[in-house]
Write a protein that binds this ligand. Structure first.
Ligand code: 2BA
Length: 109
């Protein structure tokens, strides 16, 4: 058994929930925050048998889009703050960051 941890954008979370249910996967959705953008995102925990990993990854891939997002860098705390001009920079977010972890034991009572 494996645990998939998938960090995705909030905008894709309903689509992914529906697709996972339709394909018979069980999942838990957590509200999370990206360390870089400090914006909300969604983390899915999906416990699955090894032979269904590829199928789950396909569902995630087809449900989550890559988007460009503008970020304004944080101004310096001290020093050259007067001359600091915060140009927004564009970063590409998603579709999904997925971790595949081995599960030693799973109990469901
Ligand atoms: P954030 O940390 O808010 O990152 C959002 C996007 O900002 C990233 O998209 C990436 O394009 C960019 N980015 C992140 N750190 C950067 C840095 N140090 N310098 C320049 N650009 C940077 P994604 O890579 O698609 O990641 C989307 C979200 O997935 C992340 O949100 C984070 O919550 C999670 N994530 C991605 N990689 C991760 C990892 N190795 N460990 C834990 N969480 C991860």
């Amino acid at each position: 058994m494996k645990l998939l941890i998938a960090v995705i954008q909030d905008k894709d979370s309903n689509r992914l929930s529906n697709a996972l249910i339709k394909e018979g996967f069980r999942a838990t959705k957590l509200a999370s925050t990206g360390g870089f953008l400090r914006a909300g995102n969604t983390t899915f925990l999906i416990g699955i048998e090894d032979d269904r990993i590829q199928s789950a990854l396909d569902v995630i891939r087809s449900s989550c889009k890559v988007r460009d997002q503008l970020v304004t860098p944080v101004s310096p705390v001290s020093g050259a703050a007067d001359s600091y001009i915060p140009f927004p920079v564009e970063v590409q977010v998603g579709g999904a960051a997925v971790f595949v972890l081995p599960v030693e034991q799973f109990e469901h009572f």
